[in-house]
Structures are given as structure tokens and as C-alpha cells.
Ligand binder design. Structure first.
Ligand code: PGA
Length: 253
């Protein structure tokens, strides 16, 4: 049985005050469930990680980073290593979020290096995959997701892959208010699980958690989570309001 995993990706939002108050509100609203019936993580901007992690230190809510650099240290101006993230209390790192792929230009190869850097530094990667609107419209969804997944996981053995969460986030649904229908999402989630089963084995595929992301909100969370291969949600916009995020968490506990 896979434990549901709900994560809030705050993107480039909040400030030093609101990041901490949002974290505290989420923590007090999930006291009896976080870490037990559901895993919960918040993913604030780098500069607020330490403050948020310290506000959550007595809770069971995990903290994640929105990105990570591929090298452990050195002359890489502006970048942040896995060790630094770990040092300030992170346990997860997003790798290959669609905004990193399509706004910043990260390639599959770079994303694979990020997954490896996260694992090497003791962080749990959340590998994001998902097709653009034009790719869905030209029936390329399966091809794109398969390529991103295979390349993202290249050269990783079973043990490493078992530490990874996959987030399926159709790019056309991110921040647009358009959500994939539960059936559209389920179709891709089951394809991902099938692929993992073929590349690795069915035991690993059965245990793998696959989150859906893309305009997940209180009024669609339950029907998405009811799908057999949807094990959690990666929530953007709706994770910035404590009430909405708590409402989403409630749908799985
Ligand atoms: P959204 O973002 O919920 O605002 O669509 C999801 C994400 O990008 O992770």
C-alpha cells in the first residue's frame, strides 16, 4: 500500500514572514495526520528554506528544495548543492520541474545529473515529467513522458530508484486552471508504472509513488486521488493558501 504524498511547491512566492506563517498554519492543521496517514512536504524558495525548516522542526512535515545543482561544491556562482540543502533541513529536491525545463532550458541529461546529485547528497528526488500542450495534441504524450523518464533515471540501479518519487505534470495544466481529467492522468500514471516495471521490476513499480501536478485544488483532489495509480499531488497555486492546501490533504486522510 503506497502512503499518499502531498507536496506544496511555492515556486517564486511568499516572503520571509509569509513563508513561515504559511508553514506554521499547515503544520497546525496536519498535526495528527502528517507522517502517519499522509506524507506532507512544503517546497519554499531557497532563501526561506532555513526559516521554514526551523518553523517545522517539531512537526512531521518535510521540507523540499525547488531545484539543486549537479556538483557538490566549487565555483558555480548562484548555485546550491545537495549538501547545503541537507544542511538547512531539506529532505526532498524537485528535479526537472517543467518551469526549469521550459523556462530555464534544462535538458533531460541535466535533470538526470540533478537526480544523481540529490541521491548522492542524501536527498529524495521528485523527478517531474510531463508533456507540452502541442505534444498532447499531436499524440506524443506517451513518447515524451517515456523519454523524460528513461533519460531522467539513466544509470540508476533499483536501490536508487526506490528512493525517487515521480511527479507527472502535464505542462498545459500547470498554473492554467486546466486540470487533466482523472482518466487522462490515470492513463499516464499507469504508463509510468508499467515502464518502471519493465525497466526494473514489478515490486519496485508497485512501491513507487507517482504524484499528479497541474492545477490540483480542493475541488478536484479527491477524484484525482481516487485513481489507482495516483499516489499524491504536487500542488502549486493552491499550496499558497493554507486552507486550500489543508483541504487537499483532507481528501486523502
Ligand atoms: P499548479 O502548479 O498547481 O499551480 O498548476 C503545479 C506545479 O507546477 O507543481
Amino acid at each position: 500500500m503506497r502512503k499518499p504524498f502531498i507536496a506544496g511547491n511555492w515556486k517564486m512566492n511568499t516572503d520571509s514572514h509569509s513563508s513561515v506563517s504559511l508553514a506554521k498554519a499547515i503544520s497546525s492543521g496536519t498535526q495528527h495526520v502528517a507522517g502517519r496517514s499522509v506524507d506532507v512536504a512544503v517546497i519554499p524558495p531557497f532563501v526561506y528554506l532555513q526559516a521554514v525548516a526551523s518553523a517545522l522542526s517539531a512537526s512531521s512535515i518535510a521540507v523540499g528544495a525547488q531545484d539543486i545543482y549537479i556538483e557538490p561544491k566549487g565555483a558555480f556562482t548562484g548555485e546550491i548543492s545537495a549538501a547545503m540543502l541537507k544542511d538547512v533541513g531539506c529532505s526532498y529536491a524537485l528535479c526537472g520541474h517543467s518551469e526549469r525545463r521550459h523556462v530555464i532550458g534544462e535538458t533531460d541529461e541535466m535533470v538526470n545529473k540533478k537526480v544523481k546529485a540529490a541521491l548522492a547528497g542524501g536527498l529524495l528526488p521528485i523527478l517531474c515529467v510531463g508533456e507540452l500542450r502541442e505534444e498532447r495534441e499531436s499524440d506524443k504524450t506517451a513518447e515524451v513522458v517515456t523519454r523524460q523518464l528513461k533519460n531522467g533515471l539513466a544509470d540508476l540501479g533499483d536501490e536508487k530508484v526506490s528512493a525517487i518519487t515521480i511527479a507527472y505534470e502535464p505542462v498545459w495544466a500547470i498554473g492554467t486552471g486546466l486540470t487533466a481529467t482523472p482518466q487522462q492522468a490515470q492513463e499516464v500514471h499507469s504508463l509510468i508504472r508499467e515502464l518502471i516495471s519493465r525497466i526494473y521490476d514489478s515490486r519496485l513499480a508497485d512501491a513507487l509513488r507517482i504524484q499528479y501536478g497541474g492545477s490540483a485544488k480542493p475541488d478536484n483532489a479527491a477524484e484525482l486521488m481516487a485513481q489507482p495509480d495516483i499516489d499524491g499531488l504536487l500542488v502549486g497555486g493552491a499550496s499558497l493558501k493554507a486552507d486550500d492546501f489543508l483541504e487537499i490533504i483532507k481528501t486523502v486522510v
